[in-house]
Design a protein around this ligand. Sequence first.
Ligand SMILES: [Zn+2]
Length: 406
Amino acid sequence: MPLGLADSLAVLPGLFWLLLPIAAASGWWLARHASHQPDREHTDPSNYVKGLNYLLDDQTDQALEVLTRLTDAHRETIDSQLILGNLLRRRGETDRAIYVHHSLLNRANLNDAQRQRALLELGEDYTAAGLLDRAEELFQRLLDLPVQQDYQRVEYQALALHKLIRVYEQGKEWPQALAHCDRLEQTTGQIRRTEAAQYCCELAQQAYRHQQLDTAMQHLNRAVQRNTACTRAYLLQAQVAIDQSADHTALTYLYAVEHHNPLRLYEALDALTACHERTATPQVFIDWLYGAYERYGFSWLAVHLARYLAAQQDTTTALDFITQVLDTQPSFVVLRTWLELREPPVNDDITPRLLRVSQQLLDATACYQCNQCGFTSKVLHWQCPSCTRWETLYPLPDLTCRTPQS
Ligand SMILES: [Zn+2]
């Protein structure tokens, strides 16, 4: 059932902006050709309306057919061609999109804005096709394009820089990504603290994999300089310190995580446990865990504390604590930990079955979720694979795949 125009625009705000230039281009074209009507089929206004309706109804096949016929017949309608190419790319037909945008760029009669837009679109086509070198070349051209109007230059330079940074991220070219973050800041004043610090962490991780600990530490110090709240940098600094047998230093880095983002303590718990064991300070850790659970109420802190109490002190203390948590803040993982710690009745065949089933449920569930797009994962990604934002995956509030430590 076709949607009314108002309804369609209400539910499809993105499409609205896509359609505006088509409507403008069609109006211009109709006005220009109203007097001489060379071809009934191509000048018939109902064809434009038909194309727009197809788009509003999400019938992109039919919309493409109409738009292709119109742009084939009237190649002077530059805006329509830009939109046609854009539509083709969105449908995954990158070869055809590249052809349309490339043909457009070869035309001599483009004004500054149209040339900038065509370069941008062609760069997007190459990015979508995975031809990152060509995309980079296009966006660099856009960056250096001489443009008369200052406001246009800054606007398109900013766009080109954003696209270039994305290309470098895809290609894992972190030094270039970092350099273009700086250029973006110089050009537009936009600061990408989170991303820049993450690029430094990526470089640190590379150095760490090659056992270049000093180089890794230099990158991490730069990460913290760019973003003092970069918890990934503190976690990696702790890892480097642990490798250098500097457990006290590692503890300083690990506790810095709490100050900047308590949710990231989830990533620090294993290292905190190991460092406190090696420095023979388990009671300090237990006191801190009690305090942290009181401050934040995360189920995974209660579970970690209960298991640590069972390992360091006795099962009764651990069971008393987790029973209290179960009564006041029940959750699946707390219930499971209570089952683990509880002394099962004689001839009890229910507890082993419940433990097995709950483990299967935990194995089947994700541990992290992106707070921007909802993507879920078993493992932590510092950059969301779905929406490509950085530092948006966090532990799910209840379920956790963290298994008991042996
Ligand atoms: Zn996401």
